[in-house]
Write a protein that binds this ligand. Structure first.
Ligand code: PA5
Length: 469
């Protein structure tokens, strides 16, 4: 398998100067904490408490058999989920499906369904989608580990009502497939009672680390993505990370640089900027992975740390004309991760349509992919010129093997970052509090006290409001 490349030349002092760039000496000084991180993560793997690291080697026959069984039966696949239960699917679909998959005729999609991922409870969006689908030809994948998330369950209840109305109660189960906790939760209970096909989110796998579980694999297989190849890519990366010395280890080097940029150089914004429209939602998926895993108030010893850097997504070359002015001349508080692609799906040659126009002639005969990659190189160089550090990840091509490597690399690097910060990268107490507050405001039994507290602190008519009368 062709490996991705992590190039960190433009983060080093040779390129940026000793004040702004990382020196080999500084990197070397991190060797002991990195080795500790590695020992701890490997020990947790041996104990079986890092369940997401087992996903690349899990048996996916169940997913593949189900996808084959229903192939050709549905025109639409609707995925209902939020956060870690949706972002991975969107990232995979944007990267690996035809960009206009949903507009292609069924023959152009190999009879695979169109895909809609609904990850919000915006009534306009929900109504606009549901009213345009022929629900009789729709399969609905409800994805929720807890089975209680308000957004997902509200969408499910509305969709279920529609299905019941149009296909009848007796055929409801054929149109539903649940991906949820193997034991607990109301979704599991409903699924059992009604004979609905279910897939497990393995115990101990948190939402943002679940893309390589049935959370991401089931919708991917249903729309025709080669999930075995995706897992092969992740395994390839996993072996590289577990077997290689720290200096040549992409997850540890990437995490070390991110950590140093934050703690030593006070760059607390992590910009991810793929130069490929297909990878734009990988940056969105990464944003959640990084933010929810590393944004923590206390460390493992209970000390207040407020760890984490703020992930920002951008897209090359589009955002060169939107964000790069700030990146180059605004505060020096950002560390950039560029992702570039070696070989694009198409090699479009720019024609020489105006031979007399000198301003355009340099483009004639060049490939569009070549232009995009030149822009990435130019931007990274221009930022470095101003002392702004970056790494570039080069993906041979945007395919399943490459995506498997890339996603797993970011998951592993996030886990290493958690070790370096000495925080729990796998919980999300900040999200839980918001979820509970929503239950309280929506009148869920058991949350009455919290509801009173919220209403007292933030009344319906808040005191500091201005509006034009
Ligand atoms: O990463 C996480 O844990 C979260 O983003 C969850 O995936 C998200 O809150 C949805 O939770 P659930 O899958 O329980 O509905």
């Amino acid at each position: 398998m062709e490996s991705l490349v992590l190039d960190y030349t433009l983060a080093m002092d040779d390129a940026l100067g000793e004040k702004q760039g990382v020196s080999r000496y500084i990197l070397e000084a991190l060797r002991i904490p990195l080795q500790d991180a590695r020992d701890h993560l490997l020990a947790r793997r041996r104990e079986g408490t890092l369940a997401w690291t087992e996903l690349p080697r899990k048996d996916v026959r169940g997913v593949l058999e189900y996808a084959e069984r229903v192939q050709g039966r549905f025109e639409n696949l609707v995925v209902l989920g939020i956060g870690g239960s949706a972002l991975g699917t969107t990232a995979l679909a944007t990267a690996l499906l035809h960009p206009y998959h949903n507009l292609l005729p069924a023959s152009g999609r190999a009879q695979r369904p169109r895909l809609f991922v609904l990850d919000n409870v915006d009534p306009d969006q929900t109504q606009d989608l549901f009213s345009h689908l022929d629900v009789r030809k729709t399969l609905v994948n409800v994805v929720s580990k807890s089975g209680t998330t308000a957004e997902t369950m509200a969408a499910y209840l509305i969709m279920r009502d529609l299905l019941e109305d149009q296909v009848g109660r007796g055929r409801l189960a054929e149109h539903l497939v649940f991906t949820t906790d193997p034991e607990g939760g109301v979704l599991r209970k409903i699924g059992r009672a009604e004979g609905i096909q279910m897939f497990d989110i393995p115990a101990g796998v948190g939402g943002r680390f679940s893309v390589l579980s049935p959370v991401g694999l089931l919708p991917a297989a249903l729309v025709g993505i080669d999930v075995e190849r995706l897992l092969a890519g992740a395994r390839f990366m996993d072996e590289w990370i577990t077997e290689t010395d720290l200096v040549y280890n992409p997850a540890y080097v990437y995490a070390a640089l991110q950590f140093l940029e934050h703690t030593r150089y006070h760059r607390d914004i992590a910009v991810m900027m793929p130069y490929s429209a297909r990878l734009r939602d990988v940056a969105d998926w990464f944003r959640q992975l990084w933010a929810e895993s590393l944004g923590k108030a206390v460390d493992r010893r209970g000390r207040t740390v407020h760890a984490g850097t703020t992930p920002v997504k951008a897209l090359g070359a589009t955002d060169q004309h939107s964000q790069v002015q700030l990146y180059a001349e605004g505060p020096d508080d950002k560390f950039f991760t560029f992702i570039k692609v070696g070989e694009f799906g198409y090699d479009l040659t720019i024609p020489d349509a105006h031979p007399g126009a000198e301003e355009l002639s340099y483009l004639a005969g060049q490939s569009m992919g070549g232009l995009l990659n030149a822009e990435q190189r130019a931007t990274a160089w221009a930022l470095a010129r101003r002392g702004r550090p970056s790494v570039t990840i080069e993906l041979p091509r945007v395919d399943e093997a490459g995506l498997g490597q890339l996603l797993y690399l970011f998951e592993a690097a996030t886990a290493v970052m958690g070790e370096l910060y000495d925080i729990d990268a796998f919980d999300q107490p900040g999200v839980e509090l918001g979820k509970q507050a929503t239950y309280a405001l929506m009148g869920r039994p058991g949350f009455e006290e919290l509801a009173t507290e919220i209403r007292a602190e933030v009344p319906e008519r808040t005191p500091y409001r201005i509006e034009r009368k």
